[in-house]
Structures are given as structure tokens and as C-alpha cells.
Write a protein that binds this ligand. Structure first.
Ligand code: AMP
Length: 503
């Protein structure tokens, strides 16, 4: 079962050197890409921070050459036994920042149910769990992932194996605390609340309060959040003891290696422009962001029908389907992910060359998170945001937020026009396929309108969300024409389209 990560050895061994390092203080680092750690300007090593030999080795084998800013700031006080409030986002290296001190302490004093990490989404929980297992592989850490949407029974079995670290979404954890015989957290030593702002935005507050009541008061607590909201401050007061506050960036920004483009187009030819871009940039791995579930599903069908290896990712897919999509994409089996914002936060998707915003994100922070999927770790990357006549104001708002002007992306208009008929046909087929499989069928105009927020809202067109209320999953019935259409291949269809333009 993928929700349990375990290794054969149990955690035990000689005490590792305990670090003192510097006592911490707030600090503002340079702007960073929220999806990949910006290299620290400091020359400190993990050893300098007080990290044990075994864990330094684990960092090395994961390719962590030196600690990131958030790690430099938070590891020394954490190793001194202090509570930490960390203001940092996904991409800063915060997971290792809280995991390494926990693992070091576990190595010194091994026991089951040692640490609990609470995360707002299932994907984030899986990612944290993976990192705990990778960093702890040398010391035999057992981790269990307890999230909604997965089988309760197999999770109970994972818990009966007495893992050292539990990574959980709050709702499902509470379920187990109330219903799984023999499971308790009364000996817990470490509590981490990751992405606390999102945990609280998603109304997990009351469940977290309940969980806080059934774990020991005597413990270390780390609270990480991208923003310091009133709710987070209240949670901090309720759960942390004289915390050290560490902060690496309070400003949303984008990295210099990211080329940010916009493409001004009429709403009615959005799909043709998208297909033109995918065809032009087909050698890139890319994420296409849509605002609605319907468009994520519809566009991935259109792309597949036109011979592109596309796969959807959205909140109406079951958890296992979402993980399967992500894994296929990560392993390079599919090079185009068509995702809603569910995929833009908290996910660690490596090696994306290009981000296309099919729909304008209405929120500037979402824009930064979306484009943060490319230009990672010093590599270059490109983003193209489709801007219709209705979106110009949002574009200006985003530009002022990031403090940069985006550059217009030129297209060969004739080549785009040539695609219109083919794309319209694929759109009609996609609508039919979705209707047949019961996944909406609001393709065509209605789907696009809703994506823009102008049309009537149907259930499937609702803006995507990422919580347990969307567990239905979408049947993956294959369209009967799919083989035939794909069989034509995109090289035939597009060999003459849009080869003139290149930047
Ligand atoms: P996080 O902010 O924890 O989601 O981390 C984002 C990515 O940075 C993950 O892929 C980590 O594996 C990676 N990472 C964490 N720490 C380091 C480091 N010191 N050097 C290089 N990569 C890192």
C-alpha cells in the first residue's frame, strides 16, 4: 500500500552529535521560487548546523549539497529543543528543515509514534512522507501516511505496525484516534503543523483543537506557514511554547531564470491557441493550468485526441487516480499535465520546462505558485499566460504584484486559424466522450465560458477544490474514437501548422 512507507531496520543506534549552532532570529532572504529552494548564499554545511553524520549522508544522497536558508535558520534552534514558527513556503526546503531535527532526536531516542506531521492535503502528506522515508532510510525510519480517500483498514494495519512518524491530514487522523483500537498519540514527542494557513483555511481548526487535546503538552512543536494570518497567530499561541520565529521570505516573487510571457487572444480562439502552443513547444514537459475541473478534463481529452500525451489532475479525481496521474507525469510517461490549482500548491513536481496558464489565475499568489512549477533550482523555464479581452486587468494586477512586466508571446496567427476546424471537431468529440462517461460533457462554449467565469455554473464546471468532499472519482471510460484519432498522430495533423514562429 502506498500510504505506508517502511524500511526493514528499526531506528536505534548511538547518539548523534547534538547541534548548537547559532540561536535563531528572524531573517529576510532574497526572493525565492516557491517550488524549489533558492541556493543559500551562506557557506554553512549540514554538519555546521549540528546534523549527525548519518543524516548528512542522507542529505548528500538526496542531492542536498548545502542547507537552504530556512534550514540554516531553523535547524540549530530545533536541535536545541526549541519550538519553531517558520514562515516559509513549499519550495524553500521546509520539509527537511523540520524533518532532520525530528530524525536526529529519534535516532537518539527511538520509539514508536514519535512524531506527527499534519498537512492540509493528501498530496502534500505523501510528499512529506516520502521525504521522511528518504532522509531516514539510513536510520530505519518507519513512516505511515494517514489521509482521507484511502482505505481505513489498510491504514489501521499500518498504524498497528507502530510507525515512528505519522504524516496525516487532520480529518482522517481524528477518525483513527476515535475508532482504531489501540492507537493513541499519548507518547508523542514532536508535532508539526505544515502549511498551517491552509490547514486553517480549510476549516481544520476544530479538528486540530481536538487533536491538541489528546497529545502530550510536553512536546516539541513546529508550525510552518506561508503567511502569518490572525488564525495562524491564534493557533501559535495555543500550541507553541516560547517559539523561535524564523522567516526566509515574506514577499511573493518569481525567479530571474523564469521567462514570463503573456499571449493576448480573443476568448473564442483560446483552444486553438492552446493547441498551437502545445504543438510548437511539444518537446517541453509542461503543465497547463485551468480554473475548472471541466476544462482540465476536457482539454486533456482534446489533447489526447490530437495525439499529445496529456493527463488530467484535479480534485474530482479519486485520490488513487490523482496519485497515478502525478506519478505518470513525474516518471515522464506523460509530458503534459492539465491541472487545476489543486496541483499548483504543495506538490513537488520536478523538471517542468513550461507552464501554460490556460485560465488566468484570479489571485496573484496563485500565479506565483503556478509558475513556480518551472525554472527550478537555477534552471531556466518559461511561462505563457493566455489573456483574453476580459483578463487584461488581472494581468496588470499580477504584474504589479510580481514587480515585473511580462513579455508578449508572438504567434503565427494564420497557423492558429488553420487549427480551428480540427480543434473544434476534437472539442465536440471530447464533449461527447465526457457525456458518455458521465463526467460532464460541458465542452465547447459552455465549458470555456465557465472557465472564464462568464457562463452558467454546472456541477462539473465548479472551480476546483481540494478536499475530501470530492471523492467520487471520474470513470476513465475511453472514447470510442480515441484510437482512430490518435492513430492519425500529431505530426500528420500539425506538420504545416505554425512552424514559422520561434522565439
Ligand atoms: P520543500 O520546500 O520542503 O517542499 O522542498 C522543495 C524541494 O527542495 C524538495 O524537492 C526537496 O527535496 C528539495 N530540497 C530540500 N532541501 C534541499 C537542499 N538543502 N538542497 C537542495 N534541495 C533541497
Amino acid at each position: 500500500m502506498s500510504s505506508e512507507a517502511s524500511s526493514s531496520r528499526s531506528a536505534s543506534g548511538s547518539p548523534a552529535p547534538s547541534g548548537s549552532g547559532e540561536s535563531s532570529r528572524s531573517r529576510s532572504a532574497s526572493p525565492f521560487n516557491p517550488s524549489a529552494p533558492e541556493p543559500s548564499t551562506s557557506n554553512k554545511t549540514f554538519e555546521d548546523l549540528g546534523i549527525s553524520k548519518e543524516l548528512c549522508q542522507a542529505c548528500k544522497s538526496l542531492g542536498f549539497k548545502k542547507p537552504t536558508d530556512i534550514q540554516i535558520e531553523s535547524i540549530p534552534p530545533a536541535l536545541e529543543g526549541k519550538d519553531i514558527i517558520g514562515l516559509a513556503q513549499t519550495g524553500s526546503g521546509k520539509t527537511a528543515a523540520f524533518t532532520l531535527p525530528i530524525l536526529q532526536s529519534l535516532w537518539e531516542n527511538p520509539q514508536p509514534f514519535f512524531a506527527l506531521v499534519m498537512a492540509p492535503t493528501r498530496e502534500l502528506a505523501y510528499q512529506i512522507s516520502q521525504q521522511v522515508t528518504s532522509l531516514g532510510s539510513g536510520i530505519g525510519v518507519r513512516a505511515a501516511t494517514i489521509v482521507g480517500g484511502m482505505d481505513m483498514m489498510s491504514q489501521s494495519i499500518a498504524l498497528s505496525k507502530r510507525p515512528h512518524v505519522i504524516v496525516a491530514t487532520p480529518g482522517r487522523l481524528m477518525d483513527h484516534l476515535e475508532n482504531t483500537k489501540g492507537f493513541s498519540l499519548k507518547n508523542l514527542k514532536y508535532l508539526v503543523m505544515d502549511e498551517a494557513d491552509r490547514l486553517l483555511d480549510m476549516d481544520f481548526g476544530p479538528i486540530i483543537d481536538k487533536i491538541l487535546k489528546v497529545i502530550p503538552k510536553e512536546r516539541n512543536t513546529y508550525l510552518f506557514s506561508a503567511t502569518m494570518t490572525t488564525k495562524v497567530a491564534k493557533l501559535q499561541r495555543a500550541s507553541l511554547n516560547k517559539p523561535v520565529r524564523v522567516e526566509v521570505s515574506s514577499k511573493y516573487s518569481t525567479v530571474e531564470t523564469l521567462l514570463q510571457h503573456y499571449l493576448l487572444l480573443p476568448l473564442k480562439s483560446k483552444d486553438s491557441h492552446l493547441i498551437y502552443l502545445t504543438n510548437e513547444l511539444s518537446s517541453s514537459s509542461m503543465i497547463i493550468f485551468t480554473r475548472t475541473v471541466n476544462d482540465s478534463q476536457r482539454l486533456s481529452i482534446i489533447l489526447r485526441r490530437l495525439g499529445f500525451p496529456a493527463i488530467p489532475l484535479h480534485g474530482q479525481m479519486s485520490q488513487s487516480m490523482r496519485l497515478a496521474s502525478l506519478n505518470k507525469f513525474k516518471s515522464g510517461g506523460r509530458s503534459i499535465l492539465v491541472a487545476t490549482d489543486v496541483a499548483s500548491r504543495g506538490l513537488d513536481i520536478p523538471l517542468v520546462d513550461l507552464v501554460i496558464n490556460y485560465d488566468m489565475p484570479t489571485n496573484s499568489k496563485d500565479y506565483v505558485h503556478r509558475v513556480g512549477r518551472t525554472a527550478r533550482a537555477g534552471r531556466s523555464g518559461k511561462s505563457i499566460t493566455l489573456v483574453t479581452q476580459y483578463d487584461v486587468e488581472i494581468l496588470q494586477r499580477i504584474e504589479s504584484h510580481i514587480g515585473k512586466k511580462m513579455v508578449s508571446f508572438d504567434v503565427d496567427k494564420e497557423a492558429v486559424n488553420v487549427l480551428n476546424d480540427t480543434v473544434n471537431k476534437a472539442n465536440r468529440e471530447a464533449a461527447l466522450e465526457m457525456r458518455e462517461s458521465g463526467t460532464g460533457g460541458a465542452g465547447g462554449k459552455r465549458g470555456r465560458d465557465n472557465g472564464q467565469g462568464h457562463g452558467k455554473r454546472g456541477l462539473d464546471d465548479d472551480r476546483d477544490r481540494d478536499d475530501d468532499s470530492y471523492q467520487a472519482g471520474i470513470p476513465q471510460k475511453k472514447g470510442k474514437h480515441q484510437g482512430k484519432v490518435n492513430g492519425n498522430g500529431r505530426s500528420n495533423k500539425f506538420s504545416n501548422a505554425g512552424k514559422k514562429q520561434r522565439r
